[in-house]
Design a protein around this ligand. Sequence first.
Ligand SMILES: *[C@@H]1O[C@H](CO)[C@@H](O)[C@H](O)[C@H]1NC(C)=O
Ligand SMILES: *[C@@H]1O[C@H](CO)[C@@H](O)[C@H](O)[C@H]1NC(C)=O
Ligand SMILES: *[C@@H]1O[C@H](CO)[C@@H](O)[C@H](O)[C@H]1NC(C)=O
Ligand SMILES: [Zn+2]
Length: 584
Amino acid sequence: MSSLFWLSIPLLLAAIVYQVGTPVLVANLISGNIFFNIISNIFSTTHCYVSVSTLSSTLPNAECFSVSNGKFSRVFLDQTSFKITKEARTGHVIPGLWDGHGHLVQYGELLDSVNLFGAMSMDDVRRLLIDYKASHKQAGTPEQWLRGIGWDQANFEGRWPIAPDLEINDAFEQQYVMLDRVDVHCIWVSEAVLALLPSPLPDVTGGEIPAKGVFCDNAMDVVMQYYPRPNKERKTKFVQDAMWELNKLGIVGIHDAGVFPAELDLYEELSQGKDWNVRVYAMMECETRNTFCPAKARKIATSNEKLFVRSVKLFGDGALGSWGSAMIEPYSDKNSSSGSLLVNATTLSKLTLDWSTAGYQVNIHAIGDLANRLAVDAFTEAFERLCPGQDHRECQTQRRFRIEHSQIIHPDDQQRIFDSGIIPSIQPTHATSDMAYAEKRLGRTRTEHEAYRMRSLLPLGPVFGSDFPVEPANVFEGIFAAVTRRSPQTGLDADGGTEGWYTEETVTVRQALEGFTIHPAYAAFLEGKAGVIQPGAYADWVVLDDPIDAIDIESLRNVTVRETWVGGRRVYKRPGPEDIPRNG
Ligand SMILES: *[C@@H]1O[C@H](CO)[C@@H](O)[C@H](O)[C@H]1NC(C)=O
Ligand SMILES: *[C@@H]1O[C@H](CO)[C@@H](O)[C@H](O)[C@H]1NC(C)=O
Ligand SMILES: *[C@@H]1O[C@H](CO)[C@@H](O)[C@H](O)[C@H]1NC(C)=O
Ligand SMILES: [Zn+2]
């Protein structure tokens, strides 16, 4: 044993000098990090690129980094002692991307269902359904309903669809069909599904049934009770398919905005497998919305650091598109209504206090300005109770309360959010999808002073996300939307021009990138570990063809990633010309 020890010393020294060069060795000796460096350098691999944007507050940009044990161990500029010549390098690196608000299982389910986004008429919808059914014969049975997402009544001349619209042809007779509206706040179902429901249909507070076969917000529960939930095998497939698609987009981590306890069990099991290539920060949601279910709740931090649970999701209101968001004043295009809350103020405050007392971060879905106000009220009350006599901002650094969507916020409440440092969680593509009708619903004044803030909220470290599958998960589309306030699909603003929609709320590319990296890291208690390239952080990175800040703005929405790495392992590589199989 002792002879092995002596033998190892020259080997170690040789390895250090080879890996780090003498100046660094001396620096390490001085800083006392020698032991750590010896160990990590021997077991590390080094990667060099043309450039590396670290996004670190303490490190400049670099060219190379070393990875050991799934983490970055060293980040540095090129050194002549290195055998990797500059000429041999390609690619520009940014930290692995995070989506701060998405829905993993639903995304996987969408990949396996009819995609109705972009269907501009009822005929389009029918054509897509017919095509899908032809290749998915098993979909539509009582055990496996035919699912789809993406319809919008605005494309049916403003008429709500009805159940009989789904009796398309013989293949659709007696079929179980359930299609989500673009914003997933309404579902449209077939006659066979309607036949399962009680008659007369119950009255649901916080929900609407605007047409025969359409159920919005809380009224969706009337149908969901009969929906045959996908079994474990299908859910496993959904998770794997979703993660693969996310990796293709450069996404290495997500905040899963609402996961039932039973699904958490599945996540925990799957997170140990080699196909779990996206880090998941999951917000728990009780089986019954807006309740306190401590017996089912638990915090999770797996030892492989791929699954984290320490937050809950509560719901203040519905969505703007279906007039479901709760407003202080009535809608401008429907003066009889100011939307509806899914929970009253007393209950929301009590739930916030109960969950935060139990040690959970509380994340409240709030779209309308009334829902946002009640969320701020609930958080403010919780600060008073949890940290009596303390500054709210200080209390908030421990709690990190978030408002999911933060879409329409009264100026008074924007000020209160600033005063206590509440974290806004924003989806830049929601702004560009909703801009077509937002001003109609809200009127000029509210749109100008309250709606879809981005730049105004920057000092709060806003988390950016897509809300996939409600919007495409592509982060570069989100960056384009945030930087231009124009649609990533068309490149145009609400008037069909190229100026951008309320451009005083645009942000820079760098600020948008931070919204998809370091801000979601902080909002998940993972600062310094995720969304950044620095020693000790997860070795998650994305390789692009060009440096991100050199990409022409118009081309941003078309960026594709070259490679995605998670925990020091490559999980996606874009097929190059050499990888495409030859025909014949
Ligand atoms: C509400 O809208 C209706 C129909 O657009 C209109 O006739 C009515 O005057 C409006 N009421 C108020 C109070 O603005
Ligand atoms: C709020 O909702 C709860 C639960 O639905 C109900 O018990 C309570 O009476 C409501 N409070 C008010 C003030 O409406
Ligand atoms: C980006 O892609 C869209 C179609 O997806 C295309 O119309 C457009 O020309 C592309 N823009 C650039 C700058 O490549
Ligand atoms: Zn969502």
